[in-house]
Structure formats: structure tokens, C-alpha cells
Design a protein around this ligand. Structure first.
Ligand code: GDP
Length: 588
């Protein structure tokens, strides 16, 4: 057996980096890519799947392995020996209507989200609560398909996931999504079986489902998953749930450094009239204070105001504290790491360096495994559906774009996001979409009248939504409309020709015996001679004993009028196979 070498690479590497890692010349690698239909340069980025395909094609004794995702590497700061215990960060997830929001309300003793459109949380909101003198941070995360957006960023964000399952409804698709998310994020799971006040509640059914189908065995059945039966409505067992969350978190030894420059993640960002960029930050290490200079990706600024989720002004925010700050000059991206800079000059320099880095990255085109497979399969028949997406806040934008990309079409229709942005729809968006068969999706944003006029003039379609599901459904529908319809043929019956009475240029009158099914008018028929198809005809009428008939069944004799496109010399012994043909709209 040959010894296989294992080489770890990150999610995406440039051709140059891969050649280097594999100890190959760049030209060898470029040559191999070229053979696979990819004209690559040394700076081109390849994703993990592509790199794996190429390594396999090269016949190297090497197996690629993914290095820990970038999100893990972003655990920027190595904890010191004197790191202290920090509050756990807890995400609340579950199927729509199972009571996520109600549970948060019950925990916080207040109404959390007033402006939820259609009851679906659109971006991360963060809260803190205290239980027996201990703090915990609660994240209300984007639900449903939007999980995808978080997966990338959420990995370092959550210590514990509370999975809310309604006791009268059981495990549903988004429950399964939440379980998967928690596992990908290496977070601990606590199940809250909610709505136990309801008559139809059946907590044991929920436990059985989780145990048998999802590997979550309740403690009372000798498993190791904590499950608490609660009612967000009556408040029953909410305290117990919080105690359990703290207990589970304690097993994790969650710590943070206090005496380092503050750093953490951007969890929300939007523009507000009169306040400018309002940015939600989650502090991971150190202490954040008003006046600090901050950099997050390409954005920088200095903290003008800092508030907690209740809107109270804060003078100091330590590890695991979520805050809203103003003072950024522009919006950072959801998921960006923020750091402190010494002064404005340093902040600007770092932000500029980040921008240049980002631009370099964008200039090197990405090639994905899907692209290679597409080239290999020569799928050139795909139609394009182009979209521009505008949303109110960065978190929603990421969610919408990532969810759009998840719509599967089996390669027949390709969705291209040709532009994105935060804020109202602008003339620039219309110009971007003009003449390119492009739809502009606005999520929680408005369409100013002047822009609307321009859109009408340029025949650009703008569609506004404030519920993510509806937007995704619309996109799916639009893509379905682009799918070529499917031809569906339904067999009706078979007949053997016993006599041919008259043959005209475009008509044949004949008689025969129905062998199976039935003969009927207004259908099509394949004419077969010794099993070979020789023509396709239309059946215009059918007669039984010289009388027009609707259907003539198996075993009966009948007369037929057949319409042909060219002269058909039908013979005794030929078979007719009756069928209908419909064009059916394909769905995704
Ligand atoms: P979300 O979509 O998961 O955020 O669910 P919501 O918190 O909006 O709750 C959905 C519905 O279930 C609302 O009508 C709530 O009033 C109701 N609900 C939530 N928790 C409970 C509960 O413990 N008992 C009962 N009876 N109803 C609940």
C-alpha cells in the first residue's frame, strides 16, 4: 500500500498557494486546471472541492483535509493564564411559531421584538439577563433558511443553543436545521419543550422523536441531553431552563481576557436617520468604552455613544456583552471582527489595508467545485436569473443573499446576484439592472417615487418584501418560470389495424381492433410497423358500428379518422399507440 499524505488547506486557496503546499510547480497545476476547462492564473482562488478534484486528477498520493474553518481561526486572541470566567452566549432557535420570541419575552420579562415582520426574526438581536447573580447573553438569530448566513459567522458566536420545540407540534424542518447548526457550531444543546400548558401537548412524543431520529437522548432516559418542559405563556419552568443553561455552560469552562484591548464581532449594522451607522457589537475579550477607536473590516470610527439592548447608556462593556454603538463612518459587515486602534490615524490605516486586501481577494476570481462539475458535464443549457438585492440592515442582506443562493434548480437555471447593498433602492440600482433581465429585490426597504419612475421607464422590475419567506418563494417561482416545460406523454391504449379504407394526402380512414386500453378521439397516435415507429398521427374521430363514439374499449372493433402531416400508407397489421402529450410546467 502506498502511503497517503494528508495535507490540510483552508476553505479556499490560490493556485500559487496550492502548488506550494503540494510541492508542485505552478505550471503543472495550471496545466491540470486547464485540462479541466479552467484557465487559471497563479492568483486565482480555488475552493476546497475544486482543489480536491484536481489533486485526485493529478494522481498524487495526497488527501486534502479542511483546516478549521476561518470562523474558528477568528478566535483571534489566545487566552492567557489569568483569563476569567465569562457569561455564556446562548442562541435561541427553533421552528417558526414554536415560541422563540415568546420564550425570550418570558426570560427577559418584556416584549423583545415589536417590529418583527410576519413573526420572523430577520437579523440577530442580542440581549442579556441575570439569574442568581450570573449574567447570560441571549441571541435571537435569523430563523429558517437564513441559518445558512449565520453558519459562517456563528461558529464562534454561540456556546449554548436552546432549541425550542412546541410540545403540540413536535420536531419540524427548522428544528432539524437548528440541531444541525448547533452541532456545526460545536455548541451545547438544551431543548426547551414549549407550550406544555396546551391540552394537546405531548412532551414525551417530542422526546421520543428527538431520541430516535436525532440522537438527542433526554437525561431522564439515561441520555445526556438536557430537556426542560416549559410554557412561555404561563412562565412555568423558565427559571429551571435558565439554571440548566448555566449548568451546561459551566461544563464548558468559558473564559475571556479582561485586560486586553477590546475585540469581538459585528452582529448587526444599519443606518439610522440622525444617528448614522448604528452597529451591534458583541465583545469577546477586553472592555469597550465610549471614545475608543474601532476598526471592523473596511469600516472604522470612534465610539460616540454606547448602549445596551434596553437603550441604557453604558460606560463599559466587558466580555460577552452585546452593545449598540454609533460613530462608525460607514457600515461594517455582519460577522466582521472588530478591534481597537490607538487613534483615528491608526484606525484609518488598518481599515484601508483591509480594503486593499479585500479588493485583491475580489480581483482573484473564485472557482468552485460546482463550476468544474458543470464544465465536466457540459451543462451549457442553463438559463440565468439575475438579481440585485437591497436590504435594511447588513444582517438581513447576508441572510437574503445566502438564502437565495440555496435555491436548488438542478443546474438548469442559475441565479446570479449581480449587486447588493444596504438602504433604499437607488437610481444606481436601476441602472445596474437595466437591460439585463434583472429583478431588484428590496427587503424592508422603500422605493422612492423618483426611482420608481425611472424603474418604470427602464422596464426594470422592483419587488419589495418584508418577509424573507415570501421573497424566497417569489425568487423560486421566477426561477421555475424559466425552467423549460416538461413534456409528459400519457398512454391511453393500443389498436391493431384490420383494414384501410381510404388514404388521402393528409387523412387516412381505417378500422381495427382495440388490443388494450381504449381508442378515443382528439388524441395522438404513434403508428408502429413491426415494432418500429413510422409516423405520428392525430385521431380526429372514432366510430363504433359507423356511429361516432366517445370511447371504444379493449376487444372491440372500431373505425378511425386519422389526420396525417404527409401521405401515410397505413397497412393491415400496423399498430396504433394512442397517447396524449402535455407540456407541464416544471417546479423546483
Ligand atoms: P416564534 O415564531 O418561534 O418566535 O413563535 P412566537 O413566540 O411568535 O409564538 C407563536 C405562537 O405561539 C404565538 O401565538 C404565541 O402566543 C404562542 N405561544 C408561544 N409560547 C406558548 C406557550 O408556552 N403556550 C401557549 N399556549 N402558546 C404559546
Amino acid at each position: 500500500m502506498r502511503q497517503e499524505k494528508i495535507v490540510a488547506i483552508t476553505d479556499s486557496v490560490t493556485v500559487g498557494e496550492l502548488a506550494d503546499t503540494l510541492g508542485l510547480s505552478v505550471t503543472t497545476l495550471i496545466g491540470e486546471l486547464f485540462k479541466n476547462g479552467i484557465a487559471a492564473t497563479i492568483n486565482q482562488r480555488l475552493d476546497f472541492e475544486t482543489a480536491s478534484i484536481i489533486v485526485e486528477e493529478l494522481g498524487l498520493d495526497v488527501r486534502l483535509e479542511k483546516k478549521a474553518a476561518v470562523a474558528h481561526e477568528r478566535k483571534m486572541h489566545k487566552l492567557s493564564d489569568h483569563a476569567v470566567s465569562r457569561p455564556p452566549i446562548v442562541a435561541v432557535m427553533g421552528h417558526v411559531d414554536h415560541g422563540k420570541t415568546s420564550l425570550l419575552d418570558a426570560i427577559l420579562g418584556q416584549k423583545t421584538v415589536d417590529d418583527e415582520a410576519g413573526g420572523i426574526t430577520q437579523h440577530i438581536s442580542a440581549y442579556q439577563t441575570e439569574r442568581n447573580g450570573r449574567m447570560m447573553t441571549l441571541l435571537d438569530t435569523p430563523g429558517h433558511e437564513a441559518f445558512a448566513a449565520l453558519r459562517q459567522h456563528g461558529a464562534t458566536l454561540t456556546d449554548v443553543v436552546i432549541i425550542v420545540v412546541a410540545a403540540d407540534d413536535g420536531v419540524k424542518p427548522q428544528t432539524v436545521e437548528a440541531i444541525r447548526f448547533a452541532r456545526t457550531a460545536h455548541a451545547k444543546i438544551v431543548v426547551a419543550i414549549n407550550k406544555i400548558d396546551k391540552e394537546a401537548a405531548n412532551p414525551d412524543m417530542v422526546k421520543a422523536q428527538l431520541a430516535s431520529e436525532h440522537g438527542l437522548n433526554p437525561e431522564e432516559w439515561n441520555g445526556d441531553t438536557v430537556m426542560v418542559e416549559v410554557s412561555a405563556k404561563t412562565g412555568q419552568n423558565i427559571d429551571k431552563l435558565l439554571d440548566m443553561v448555566l449548568l451546561v455552560a459551566d461544563m464548558e469552562d468559558l473564559r475571556a481576557d479582561e485586560d486586553v484591548p477590546a475585540e469581538g464581532l459585528v452582529i448587526e449594522a444599519h443606518m439610522e436617520k440622525g444617528r448614522g451607522a448604528v452597529v451591534g457589537l458583541l465583545v469577546e475579550n477586553g472592555h469597550l468604552k465610549p471614545g475608543h477607536y474601532l476598526v471592523a473590516g473596511q469600516a472604522y470610527g470612534h465610539i460616540r455613544t454606547m448602549q445596551n439592548f434596553r437603550g441604557d447608556t453604558l460606560k463599559d462593556a466587558g466580555p460577552s456583552t452585546p452593545v449598540n454603538v454609533t460613530g462608525f463612518k460607514e457600515l461594517p459587515q455582519f460577522g466582521d471582527v472588530f478591534r481597537i486602534a490607538k487613534n483615528e490615524k491608526e484606525a484609518r490605516t488598518i481599515a484601508t489595508a483591509n480594503r486593499i486586501e479585500q479588493e485583491k481577494l475580489a480581483a482573484t476570481t473564485n472557482v468552485t467545485g460546482a463550476d468544474i462539475l458543470k464544465l465536466m458535464n457540459q451543462q451549457y443549457d442553463s438559463e440565468d436569473f439575475n438579481v440585485v438585492v437591497k436590504a435594511d440592515v447588513q444582517g438581513s442582506l447576508t441572510s437574503v443573499v445566502d438564502s437565495l443562493k440555496l435555491i436548488e434548480t438542478g443546474g438548469e437555471v442559475t441565479l446570479h446576484v449581480i449587486g447588493t447593498g444596504v438602504g433604499s433602492i437607488t437610481e444606481k440600482d436601476i441602472h445596474l439592472a437595466t437591460g439585463k433581465n434583472t429583478v431588484i429585490y428590496g427587503f424592508n426597504v422603500d422605493l422612492p417615487p423618483s426611482v420608481k419612475r425611472l424603474a418604470t421607464r427602464e422596464r426594470v422590475e422592483v419587488r419589495l418584501f418584508n418577509i424573507i419567506y415570501e421573497l424566497l418563494d417569489d425568487a423560486k417561482q421566477s426561477m421555475e418560470n424559466l425552467l423549460a416545460p416538461e413534456v409528459v406523454e400519457t398512454e391511453i391504449g393500443e389498436l391493431e389495424i384490420k383494414g384501410v379504407f381510404r388514404t388521402l394526402r393528409d387523412e387516412v380512414i381505417a378500422g381495427g381492433k382495440v388490443l388494450s386500453g381504449k381508442a378515443t378521439a382528439d388524441v395522438l397516435a404513434r403508428v408502429k410497423r413491426k415494432g418500429e415507429q413510422i409516423a405520428e398521427v392525430e385521431v380526429t374521430s372514432v366510430q363504433r358500428q359507423q356511429q361516432a363514439a366517445k370511447d371504444v374499449f379493449e376487444g372491440e372493433m372500431c373505425g378511425l379518422n386519422l389526420k396525417t402531416t404527409k401521405k401515410l400508407n397505413l397497412e393491415e397489421g400496423d399498430h396504433l399507440e394512442f397517447f396524449t402529450r402535455e407540456l407541464v410546467k416544471k417546479t423546483l
